[in-house]
Design a protein around this ligand. Sequence first.
Ligand code: AMP
Ligand code: ZN
Length: 506
Amino acid sequence: MSDFTLRLTNTLTRQLEPVEPTQTTADGMPLLRVYGCGPTVYSYAHIGNFRSFLTTDLLLRTARALGWQTRYVSNVTDVGHLTGDDLADADGEDKMAKALEREGERFANIYDLARHYTDALLYDWEVLNLLEPDVRPRATEHVTGQIEAVQQLIDAGHAYETDDGVYFHVPSFRDYGKLSGNRDAESLATGAAGESREVVTDDAKRDPRDFALWKKDPGHLMQWYSPFTEGEAGGRGFPGWHIECSVMARHYLGENIDVHTGGEDLIFPHHECEIAQAESLSDQPFARVWLHTRFLQVEGERMAKSSGNFFTVRDLVEDKGFDPLAVRYALISGQYRKPFNFTEANLKSAAKHIARLRHIEETLIPQAASREGDLDPAFEETLDTAYAGALAGLCDDLNTPRALAAMTEGVKAIYSRDLNAATASSVQVFLDRINDLLGIVRSDDAGSPEADPLAAQVEALLVERAEVRAAKDWTRADAIRDELDALGVEVMDGSEGTTWRKKTGA
Ligand code: AMP
Ligand code: ZN
C-alpha cells in the first residue's frame, strides 16, 4: 500500500481499513460522501464539539488532497434531542425547551433561541476555518421526511404506535448492536464509554431497548401534525433525535454513504439507532465506515462549567485573545482516536507555530520579493518531502501529530536560509498546500467581511442606512451617504437589493 492510501479506524469493524469512495461524479472523479452529526443548538458549541467537527474537516481536506471530490452533509439538531437520549428510550425533556426555560426572556421563543445558537455555530465554524458543508440541513426542515420514514417503518413491521408515540422495535432488526456491541437488554445498562446507565422502562414498550421515533406531545413548544393519532394525545408531536440523522443522510447522500462521523458518545445509542432505522428502510448497509472522535478533556478533566474549565471558541478567541488558528492547531494536535488533553500550555505552543507560519507568509515572503536569485531544487525537494510527509500522516488514520511534525520540518528548512524571490515562490506553494491540507496558515474565507475591514464598515453602514430610511430619518441617511462617499464607495440600489463597489481610482 502506498503512503497515500487513506486508512481509517472503522468503529464498525474495529479495524484500520483502506477507504476509497464508492461513487464517482458525472465527470468520473471519485466522490467521497460524508455525513457528520452536527450539534444540538441549545447553547454555544464548545471546543470538544469542535474537536469532533475538525476530524471530519481533516478527512475532507485529505480526500481533496488525494484528488477526490467530496460531498459533505452536517446537520443542525434543533428539535427532539432529549435529556434522556443517552438511553435508548428517549426520555426526559427536550434540550431546546429546557434551554429556553433557563435563559428566560433572552429569547422571544424557541425558534429564536435555535436561530441564535445556529448563527453562533456558523460564526465559530468559520473562525476555526472549518470547511462549510455542502448541505447543512436543520431537523425542523425535514419533519415531513421523518414522518414518512416512521410510517414506512410501521408498515414494514419495524415500528409500532403507543399512546405516547411511535417506537422502533429493536428485536425486528437482527443486526442491532453491531456498532457498539450492546446487543442485549442487559448491556443497555453500560454505555459505549463504560459508564453505567439507568435503564428506563415503559410499560407500553414491547422491549426495553425499543427507542422513540415519534413523541406525542400536544404541549411541546415545537410540534407538527402527524398521522399517529392513537390515544388521547392525538397526532401532534415531534420526531425523535435518531430518526433525523438517518432521514437527512439518506435524503442528501443516498442509501449507503462512505463515512459517517461523530464523537465517541454517539456510538451508542445514537448511531446504533441510526443504523437500525436506515438499514430497516433500505435493506442495505447504511455507512461503510464509522469514524468516532475520542472526547476532549481540559487540563486532564471532563469539561464542566462548574469546574471553570469549559471553553467555547469565543471564550478563547474573544475573551482570552488567542489567535483562532492557534485554537485550531491545538485542537488538531492530538490524533482523533486517542483521548485528548487540551491545556493552556498546548495552546501557547500552538500559538508559536501559527505565529511562525504567519511571519513567513506576511513578512519573509514579501521581503524576499525584491531579492534576485535562483530557484533551489534541493530546497524545493525538502519542502515537497515535508508536504508529502504531512499528507502521508493524515492518510495514516488522520495522524495529525505526524502531519504537523512533517510540516514543522518544512518550516525549519525555510527559517534556515535567506529567501530570494525564486525560493520564496517555492515557499508560497508549500504554504498554500499545507493550508489546503491542514487549514492553519490563513483563514480560507479571505472574502468575508471580518477579513476585510472596509467591507465590514460598508456592510454595517448599509444595514444602518436601511434602518434609518425605513424610519424616514433623512438627516442620518444623508450623513451615511456622505460617509460612504468618503470611503470611496459607490452604492447601487436595484430590484435585487443593494450592492456596492469601490469607485475606480478610489
Ligand atoms: P451535541 O451538540 O451534544 O449533539 O454534540 C455535537 C458533537 O460533538 C457530537 O459529535 C458529540 O459526540 C461531540 N462531542 C461532545 N462533547 C465532546 C467532547 N468533549 N469531545 C469531543 N467531541 C465531543
Ligand atoms: Zn446524528
